[in-house]
Design a protein around this ligand. Structure first.
Ligand SMILES: [Zn+2]
Length: 282
């Protein structure tokens, strides 16, 4: 009994002496929770930025446009102009996110395995347009990892609209429908089990040009922005961005940067259920 009173007293003195520390720790953990759980952030994240492939998608220019924005958001970015980095286990294991802008081209089996194993263990994977959604056409496992593959862009450079279909997701929250001018509207083959955040509709007058034969896709609604899991890793894709000037549209840049931040946090949170079948059955 006496011992218990003594212990209580000791504990009270301990609390008194350490109250500032305890309160500070409480606030710190609360701030960490609110930052990372609710609003994904690029702050302090280790990013590998890989660029190359077909020049028509401005891979080099993409580094000048996007990398400063990632660094301004607090990310630690390392830039590579080759796919060999995917075989460097030490660099890959250490990364929170891989951003890839590499249209077409070929990936070796070893390079793919390095990329795949990093993502399976929780490293995120992200990119846009053909740099991610039209890379390594002969690698089916890669296409499954992305969740879609470019097929064609009806009408070439056209004007089209984007509809946000998920207004609650942190990536597309508070973003209204918007339009794009004189750029490519991707028609893709898409995994029907991803979480689609934005779509676009093919409108006849926009893509059918006089005298030009086009495969008819009028009325088709195409996923444009989606997220999915791959192992423990988070995968984020947007099909916008043929020209780097597409990122001058504030909504495009905002969605892409938020997507990067979300994808960079796979190692720090429990996996979300993102299997969202397009066709639902009981
Ligand atoms: Zn393109």
């Amino acid at each position: 009994m006496i011992n218990e009173v003594k212990n209580d007293k000791k504990f009270m003195i301990y609390l008194k002496h350490h109250s500032i520390l305890i309160i500070a720790l409480l606030f710190y953990s609360l701030s960490l929770y609110s930052q990372s759980e609710k609003e994904p952030t690029l702050k302090g994240k280790k990013i590998i930025y890989v660029f190359g492939g077909w020049e028509g998608h401005f891979p080099k220019q993409s580094v000048n446009v996007i990398v400063p924005k990632l660094r301004a958001a607090g990310a630690d970015v390392k830039v590579f102009n080759n796919l060999r980095v995917y075989t460097n286990k030490k660099i890959m294991d250490n990364a929170d996110l891989i951003i890839q802008i590499w249209t077409m081209g070929k990936i070796s089996e070893k390079q793919f395995e390095g990329l795949q194993s990093a993502i399976m263990s929780g490293t995120g994977f992200s990119g846009w347009h053909g740099g991610m959604g039209d890379a390594f056409r002969d690698n089916l496992k890669y296409q499954f990892m992305v969740g879609g593959q470019f097929i064609f862009h009806p009408g070439g450079k056209i004007d089209y609209g984007i509809n946000i279909i998920d207004k609650k997701d942190p990536i597309t929250k508070d973003i209204s429908d918007f339009s794009l001018k004189n750029t490519e509207q991707y028609y893709m083959l898409v995994d029907p089990n991803t979480k689609v955040l934005a779509v676009s509709k093919f409108v006849k007058d926009r893509y059918e040009k006089p005298g030009k034969k086009e495969i008819k896709v009028t009325g088709s609604v195409m996923p444009v922005v989606w997220k999915k899991n791959y192992g423990k890793g988070r995968v984020f894709y947007s099909s916008i961005g043929h020209f780097m000037t597409d990122f001058d549209v504030p909504e495009v840049l905002k969605i892409q940067m938020r997507g990067f931040a979300w994808a960079s946090e796979g190692k720090y949170h429990k996996k979300e259920d993102l299997i969202n079948p397009f066709i639902k059955i009981k």
